[in-house]
Write a protein that binds this ligand. Structure first.
Ligand code: NDP
Length: 270
């Protein structure tokens, strides 16, 4: 029970990674306010947690809008009596679209749902935490925020923004007792990513641990970053990607293991 008696908000908690984090946190003793744009999903997730003996309260809100975020914090105040120990800033949407074709509407929609929502929730949470002597914030970024890729202009920029916001928040909020870290997941097997079999195989060839991640892999990292064991961590971006980022872009993992970079090519001379 690493989060016994703690209060936590998990955004996008209705399904996928957020739902798994909510389950895990409740199982570790936290009271979770589970916020999602889809009220039925949030309700179902909270009921499932309650059925397993945990404590979860659903809340419906569009977190990309100031009134939506405000609604969540009003709800949290009623639930937690003005306290908040942990925010998991996880809500987000996927988007793929080539740079030259990216419409203003899509750009704006992805920024609002991924980055503006994270900013509004982080600021709302930090204000409560600062008034109470501290807390933990974990922002969910992405490997797409660390490396170049095709079709990820809007999505990748929001995730890079989340990583940078994490560092700036850590600097500004450290003296207030608030630790802020980010998790950068690689491909995780929630419904947000859909790939054909060939694309899946090629992706897997680039992951040293030879599998896609599960929501529970991200939940484990979120639990660690929210627990007492991570007391001296702030401003970090923790990759949960099976080594995908470390392996780099050029070779597939199988190809990478057969490269003999210490053997000179005799056809090339200085
Ligand atoms: P899911 O789509 O399964 O879950 C995200 C949840 O957040 C959905 O219920 C979604 O609702 C909700 N949501 C989206 N926008 C808002 C909003 N403005 N206000 C409230 N709720 C909102 O995604 P995942 O669980 O896979 O992803 C969770 C986070 O992890 C995201 O930030 C994603 O970018 C990040 N991530 C995921 C990876 C993956 O491979 N799965 C890899 C790297 C990062 P709706 O579906 O209706 O939009």
């Amino acid at each position: 029970m690493r989060l016994e008696g703690k209060t936590a908000i998990v955004t996008g908690g209705g399904r996928g990674i957020g739902r798994e984090i909510s389950r895990r946190f409740a199982a570790e003793g936290a009271h979770v306010l589970l916020a999602d744009i889809d009220g039925e999903r949030a309700e179902a997730a909270a009921q499932e947690i309650g059925g397993a003996g945990g404590q979860a309260t659903p809340c419906t809100a569009d977190l990309g809008r100031p009134d939506g975020a405000q609604h969540v914090f009003e709800h949290a105040k009623a639930c937690f009596g003005g306290r908040l120990d942990i925010l998991i800033n996880n809500a987000g949407i996927a988007h793929h679209g080539a740079f030259l074709e990216l419409s203003f509407e899509d750009w704006e929609r992805v920024l609002r749902n991924n980055l503006t929502s994270a900013f509004l929730c982080a600021q709302g949470a930090a204000r409560i935490m600062a008034a109470n002597g501290g807390g933990r914030i974990v922002n969910i970024g992405s490997i797409s925020g660390q490396r170049g890729s095709y079709g990820r202009t809007a999505y990748g920029v929001t995730k890079a923004g989340i990583h940078q916001m994490t560092r700036i928040m850590a600097v500004e909020l450290g003296p207030r007792g608030i630790a802020v870290n980010a998790i950068a997941p690689g491909p995780i097997d929630t419904g947000i990513t859909s790939m054909g079999p060939d694309q899946e195989r090629r992706y897997l060839e680039r992951i040293p641990l030879e599998r896609f991640g599960h929501a529970r892999d991200v939940a484990g990292a979120a639990l660690f970053l929210s627990s007492d064991e991570a007391a001296y961590l702030t401003g970090s971006v923790v990759n949960v990607d099976g080594g995908f980022d470390a392996a780099g872009l050029i070779f597939s993992y199988t190809e990478l293991t057969t490269v003999k970079s210490d053997v000179r090519d005799p056809s090339k001379s200085d």
